[in-house]
Design a protein around this ligand. Structure first.
Ligand SMILES: C[S@@+](CC[C@H](N)C(=O)[O-])C[C@H]1O[C@@H](n2cnc3c(N)ncnc32)[C@H](O)[C@@H]1O
Length: 224
């Protein structure tokens, strides 16, 4: 990837966290405000990818998109869709993707807590869920996207040979991911300690962790 990021200053208002209700499914909210991301049942992929085809891989919670951009440039044969609930990074990334004329990468303003009804069954080769959940505390668990309904959706859209890749820098969240996967029962998973078993581009958050010697926890999951 060869992008001059100096041309794309980050918006000043791009804060790390955002209103907590964006993490909740719209169906659980009393009031769906104007800054809640749109809901989709069906999507015309011509609006997202030049070839008009469906995405082959998803980066859920893509944030500022370093991983999304690099992974897309490594895989020109695939359409990669980033999904992000914060509008500002979506607009910022969308401008980069369009200005740099990147044809196989797109970003959608959407909260994955609402499921993925617009993604075809068994259509995804890889689903990335990298450092997404800011809700570390036990009392905030109900705000976490990663639960049975979300896993049912990931299981439905992942192809039989596909992989779900999960990373976090919070040990308690890693334990929660493993417990939730075990309870769900639809996936096998391997704990990835060694970088050579991961071999994926570095994400913005991962770079921060590495620069600050923060431990990271990774899982590679497959459908049973
Ligand atoms: C800590 S950032 C990590 C971003 C990127 N994956 C990385 O590793 O650098 C987490 C991102 O996930 C997004 N996110 C969390 N839950 C989400 C959801 N349910 N749907 C869409 N995006 C979500 C947040 O808005 C945030 O931008």
């Amino acid at each position: 990837m060869n992008i001059d990021f100096g041309k794309y200053p980050l918006p000043k208002r791009l804060r790390h966290h955002t209103a907590s209700n964006l993490y909740m499914p719209a169906s659980e909210l009393k009031l769906v405000s104007g800054y809640y991301p749109p809901l989709y049942d069906k999507v015309d992929w011509r609006l997202f990818f030049i070839n008009g085809k469906k995405p082959d891989s998803l980066d859920i919670g893509c944030g500022k998109g370093a991983f999304l951009l690099e992974y897309s440039s490594q895989h020109p044969e695939m359409n990669i869709l980033g999904i992000e609930l914060r509008k500002l990074p979506v607009e910022w990334l969308d401008n980069i993707i369009r200005s740099e004329k990147i044809e196989n990468c797109s970003v959608m303003w959407y909260s994955a807590s609402n499921g993925l009804p617009f993604i075809e069954t068994s259509s995804e080769k890889k689903i990335f869920y990298l450092f997404p959940d800011p809700w570390h505390k036990r009392k905030h668990r109900k705000r976490r996207t990663f639960g049975k309904i979300f896993l049912d959706e990931l299981h439905r859209v992942l192809s039989d040979e596909g992989e779900l890749l999960i990373a976090t820098d919070v040990k308690e969240v890693d334990e929660y991911h493993k417990k939730t996967l075990e309870r769900h029962g639809g996936f096998t998973f391997d704990v990835i300690g060694d970088d050579k078993d991961w071999e994926l581009p570095i994400t913005n958050k991962e770079k921060f962790c590495r620069d600050n010697n923060i431990e990271i926890f990774r899982l590679k999951c497959r459908k049973k």
